[in-house]
Design a protein around this ligand. Structure first.
Ligand code: ZN
Length: 326
């Protein structure tokens, strides 16, 4: 039997695994709950079980895992994973290679989601693109001249942790005036609760405080609530200005935006585009395309499968099929 290559998308809620059928397509999709509260050994056992189920008896040629936290692909160590209890300095590659007896590679989950969009989604065929995912937090990935750029220590792409004004709100990591403190699902929810606490005239007063999340603010905004619309506009403006800075820094062909929050198209995507020109130079600003991601929630799994093929597969990989340099 030919060896198979498995991609894994490890999330705080679910483990998803699948076998590569090409450089960017998969089969045998297996999904299981993540034992997130039970420590690294339990999560590794659950991943190994999902991987073997996906492999369905075929020998393992290699496995790539997308992990929700900063890590070193080179050392095979996850520095931290905020949604997984007890994950500090976890030697994940060794733990999984011991269980599977095959080579294992790890990458940050946002990096692999961006890699998935590049190999099979909105970024297909482009040599330089930036991927940004906007949901509870803000993450990203850089594909530079046909290669995923992980950075020197593996932690590049943390677009959510770029500076706003020093007196703007901090992010959950405590950086003062950090983008995630103003323009993430968490920030939007917090601003909604603050508006109620400050006695502002808003529909959110009808929502129990602990139920005010980004979605509740979105619903209020769609119903015409001026305070909620402004909360989204402020977040969109901060994001758009950040995109302008990225355009100036990287000069990409394409910026692909994913994540749950961006689905609120007229509330956030369009006002975000409108703010890009506050920061971006006219050239390259007008030459940079900004589009919504194409793979939705599959981006991480497609990216993991593609990365397994890139690292261990014997067929031509995605970078070899790029046909034009734009
Ligand atoms: Zn931060």
């Amino acid at each position: 039997m030919k060896p198979c290559f498995v991609g894994v998308d490890l999330g705080g809620t679910n483990i998803r695994a699948a076998v590569a059928t090409s450089a960017s397509t998969f089969a045998n999709h297996v999904a299981e709950r993540t034992p997130a509260q039970d420590g690294a050994d339990a999560v590794c056992d659950a991943m190994a079980s999902a991987i073997l189920k996906a492999a369905d008896g075929a020998p393992l040629g290699g496995v790539a895992i997308g992990v929700p936290g900063p890590l070193s692909p080179e050392k095979g160590v996850v520095f931290a994973a905020p949604h997984l209890k007890g994950w500090t300095e976890v030697p994940l590659v060794k733990m999984m290679e011991d269980r599977l007896q095959c080579p294992v590679a790890i990458q940050n989950d946002a990096h692999l989601a961006g890699y998935g969009e590049w190999t099979a989604g909105a970024g297909k065929g482009v040599r330089t693109m930036v991927f940004i995912t906007i949901s509870t937090g803000v993450g990203g990935a850089l594909v530079l001249d046909g290669k995923l750029w992980s950075g020197v220590t593996g932690t590049a792409g943390e677009i959510g942790h770029t500076p706003l004004g020093p007196n703007d709100p901090p992010c959950a990591q405590g950086h003062p005036g950090c983008l995630e403190g103003s323009a993430s699902g968490t920030a939007i929810a917090r601003k909604g609760r603050e508006a109620v606490a400050n006695g502002m005239e808003t529909r959110l007063r009808n929502v129990p405080t602990d139920e005010i999340d980004a979605e509740a603010v979105e619903m209020a905004a769609r119903a015409g609530d001026a305070v909620s619309i402004q909360i989204y506009r402020d977040a969109a403006r901060a994001l758009g200005r950040m995109l302008g800075g990225i355009i100036n820094l990287i000069n990409p062909k394409l910026i692909v935006i994913g994540g749950g929050l961006i689905q609120a198209h007229e509330l956030i995507f369009q006002p975000m585009l409108d703010a890009v020109s506050e920061m971006a130079f006219a050239v390259p600003g007008k030459d940079t395309e900004i589009v919504i991601a194409g793979l939705g929630t599959d981006a991480g799994l497609v990216g993991a499968v593609a990365w397994a093929m890139h690292e261990f597969g014997s067929v031509e990989t995605s970078s070899a099929v790029v046909t034009h340099s734009s």
